[in-house]
Ligand binder design. Structure first.
Ligand SMILES: [Ca+2]
Ligand SMILES: [Ca+2]
Ligand SMILES: [Ca+2]
Length: 188
């Protein structure tokens, strides 16, 4: 049964989620988190321009009703997605993060933008021998099946599932949960 397999994993995650909920209520008694608070909680110490842009993109992807604040329900939904979400749901979320203009398709500019940020923030200690442009080209080569220069959600999901390298870049969780928990626990 699927339930039994993940029992241990679930308990840990639930405890963590409870902790993160307590933090939210402590840090944010008004019940709505603004962008500057979100940034303060997650990244003040080493905020670069790229990191700031990334936080903004993440913030807006969690703000589902687009009122420029993250309320408690949106926060819980975000935690569940990032920490416990199914792969397919996480990929759909990544797609939203990539799709800056929200038109449901990714162009090269959008992909390159996120790749550059990922490079600067999360992979600076990793030995990468490709430039963001080359990474972007390779992604389009592998994922843009109909070669129209745009990546649709279907192409995105299928491309990620069939190539591990693409998956690691597209699913945007190069240790996202670790990062989430680390930053919250550190506190402002
Ligand atoms: Ca909102
Ligand atoms: Ca787009
Ligand atoms: Ca396409």
């Amino acid at each position: 049964m699927g339930q039994e397999e993940s029992a241990d994993h679930k308990e840990v995650d639930l405890a963590q989620i409870q902790g993160l909920c307590t933090t939210f209520m402590r840090e944010c008694p008004s019940g709505a988190l603004h962008l500057h608070e979100f940034k303060r909680i997650f990244g003040v110490q080493r905020e670069s321009e790229e990191e700031s842009a990334y936080m903004e993109t993440i913030f807006h992807s969690f703000d589902t009703n687009q009122d420029n604040t993250i309320d408690f329900m949106e926060y819980i939904a975000a935690l569940h997605l990032v920490l416990r979400g199914k792969l397919e749901d996480r990929l759909k979320w990544s797609f939203k993060v990539y799709d800056r203009d929200g038109n449901g398709r990714l162009d090269r500019w959008e992909v390159k933008h996120i790749i550059k940020i990922i490079y600067k923030i999360k992979m600076r200690n990793t030995d990468m021998n490709m430039t963001p442009c080359e990474v972007c080209d390779r992604i389009f080569e592998l994922v843009d099946q109909d070669n129209d220069g745009q990546i649709s959600l279907t192409e995105f999901l299928e491309g990620a599932k069939k190539d591990k390298w693409v998956m690691d870049l597209l699913k945007l969780d190069v240790n996202a949960s670790g990062w989430f928990i680390h930053n919250w626990n550190k506190g402002p």
